[in-house]
Write a protein that binds this ligand. Structure first.
Ligand code: TEU
Length: 534
């Protein structure tokens, strides 16, 4: 049998480069800093790094507004640093996934400057320009995710351009062949330099309705929801023509061996399946964000896993995510103890796990004082801010948490003296060591890596499932509540031993007849052949 590709068998670790390690004393993380910390990443046991955009950018949206797709922004280093980073990562056996932002550029990208210069410009059609609507004003009702109309007026040409995010992030026109080819060349450029693949930013946004129809109102909009949620993004996202574009991108990636294509997609699971492509010729991993915002309830989670599993196309490989640079930290969302259950779920479910940097030590959402707010989204829609999940990595208890020698760009969490990597490395029962054990276990057990998922039970606070491959069977039992749980198998045939326990104090303990969990406890059990699963 051909061995599984690395993006199926391994774990992905997301690094937000501004906040991982400052290697030059600027207060902002950079490539040199990441290189210094690669031994840490390798020791955690992950197989790949996905790094948020490091390309030349005015930083209106911290790298998601790119002014040159093939240059490294000086904040992060230079081309030589990049080459060193790739070589060092590969030297540690780590793959590197870059962040591709093809939906929009910076308004200072030479492409946009040229497009904007005149209606007759050769690149006019590279962006989405429209005349004012009837009676003046924006061409239609489309809204920006970052507040207000998605149309910005250009007084020189008396036309509007479309921007799904900031006005400083004009959307490229993906119906234009030259645009497509230009971005495909960017992809080739980085793969030639050693990139192992891409995470495509807002891939479900790439194509917009060619008739520019108004979006319908959302009948289910929550009271007080941000403006753009009051419309359904029917004509601005998830358009059918998109899948042909993705297949083209996949073709480009397939020009190089062993590369991966991941896509950022916030859609319900039943819409995700299409992103694998008709003949699995689309994304390898359409990000599955269903656990990012689900209620912390055993039944809800079990249902969501079942739904996801049942919607996957034949041969489509699953994946799971509990945090990223846009969403509140898991340890704050479900609490520090339950964050251990999240770790156990993430690393025992079927499919590739992605870990957001800092979650492996239980970093929390950090309150940001008004004068330290940096996120443009928070400045535009108060309360949606993402700074709190982007604060510097807490390495040790020295000044600035070992992140930098000068004042960091975002505040360090107040708890860094008691919550940091150095402490947790020396503490066998720490969250960090739980992650390490889980990752190692996942690598060593074929049932976890490639086995089937078998739901067993979701009652009260108990979530129970099995992973099986041939004779290797593993049972995962998680207590999502504050009371102890005890459960005996209907068959009375249960025997095995604990491989990993969430508090780290029951590893190797035998399990016979019943499963007993303390409050907020989870265990992973290697089952003996005598066990009869319910
Ligand atoms: O995020 C897209 C996205 O869906 C966000 O609008 C998200 O809903 C928002 O951050 C609220 O949580 C991607 C990037 O991940 C994000 O950092 C960028 O700001 C955005 O695209 C624009 O490029």
């Amino acid at each position: 049998m051909k061995s599984a590709p690395w993006w199926q068998s391994g774990v992905i670790y997301q690094i937000y480069p501004r906040s991982f390690q400052d290697g030059r004393g600027t207060g902002v993380g950079d490539l040199r800093g990441i290189i210094q910390r690669l031994p840490y990443v390798a020791e955690l046991g992950v197989s790949a790094i996905w790094i948020n955009p490091i390309f030349k950018s005015p930083m209106a949206d911290f790298g998601y507004d790119i002014a040159d797709y093939t240059a490294i922004d000086p904040v992060f280093g230079d081309a030589a640093d990049f080459d060193q980073f790739i070589a060092a990562a590969h030297g540690h056996g780590l793959k590197v996934v870059l962040d591709l932002v093809p939906n929009h550029t910076s308004d200072r990208h030479p492409w946009f400057l040229e497009s904007r210069s005149s209606e007759k410009s050769r690149k006019r059609d590279w962006y989405i320009w429209r005349n004012p609507g009837n009676g003046g004003g924006p061409p239609n009702n489309w809204l920006s995710e970052f507040g207000g109309s998605a149309w910005a007026y250009d007084a020189d040409s008396s036309q509007y351009y479309y921007h799904a995010f900031l006005a400083a992030q004009p959307d490229l026109n993906w119906r234009n062949r030259e645009v497509r080819n230009a971005v495909y060349d960017v992809m080739r450029f980085w793969m030639q330099r050693g990139a192992d693949g891409f995470r495509i930013d807002v891939v479900w946004h790439l194509i917009k309705d060619d008739q520019f129809r108004d979006n319908p109102t959302n009948p289910d909009a929550r009271a007080g929801a941000p403006l753009h949620e009051r419309l359904l993004p029917l004509y601005t996202t998830d358009r059918p023509e998109l899948h042909q574009v993705i297949a083209e991108m996949r073709g480009v990636v397939d020009e190089f061996p062993d590369r991966v294509l991941i896509g950022e997609i916030y859609l319900p699971v039943e819409r995700l399946a299409a992103y694998y492509g008709q003949n699995l010729d689309g994304l390898h991993l359409p990000f599955n964000f269903s656990l990012l915002s689900s209620p912390w309830d055993a039944r809800v989670i079990a249902k969501l896993i079942d739904e996801y599993e049942s919607h996957l196309p034949r041969g489509g490989w699953p994946n799971w995510v509990f945090g990223n640079h846009d969403r509140p930290r898991i340890a704050t969302r479900v609490g520090a103890t339950q964050a251990r259950m999240a770790a156990m779920l993430l690393l025992t479910l079927r499919g590739t796990p992605t870990i957001y940097y800092g979650d492996e030590i239980g970093m929390k959402q950090v309150p940001i004082p008004p004068d330290r707010i940096r996120d443009p989204l928070e400045k535009s829609i108060s309360g949606l801010g993402r700074d709190g999940c982007r604060t510097p990595m807490q390495w040790d208890d020295t000044q600035h948490a070992g992140f930098s020698t000068s004042e960091p760009w975002l505040p360090i969490s107040a708890d860094f003296r008691t919550l940091n990597v150095a402490l947790q490395q020396n503490e066998s029962t720490s969250v960090y060591n739980l992650y390490r054990r889980l990752i190692r276990m996942r690598r060593e057990r074929r049932a976890l890596m490639h086995g089937t998922y078998r739901p067993l039970m979701a009652t009260g606070n108990l979530l129970l499932f099995a992973r099986e491959i041939k004779t290797e069977r593993i049972l995962v039992a998680l207590n999502l509540g504050n009371d102890p749980v005890s459960m005996s198998f209907p068959s009375k045939m249960l025997s095995g031993h604990i491989l990993v326990s969430s508090f780290g104090d029951r590893d190797r303990e035998p399990v016979k007849k019943t499963i007993d969990l303390r409050d907020n406890e989870g265990i992973v059990v290697g089952l003996d052949s005598a066990t009869v699963l319910p």
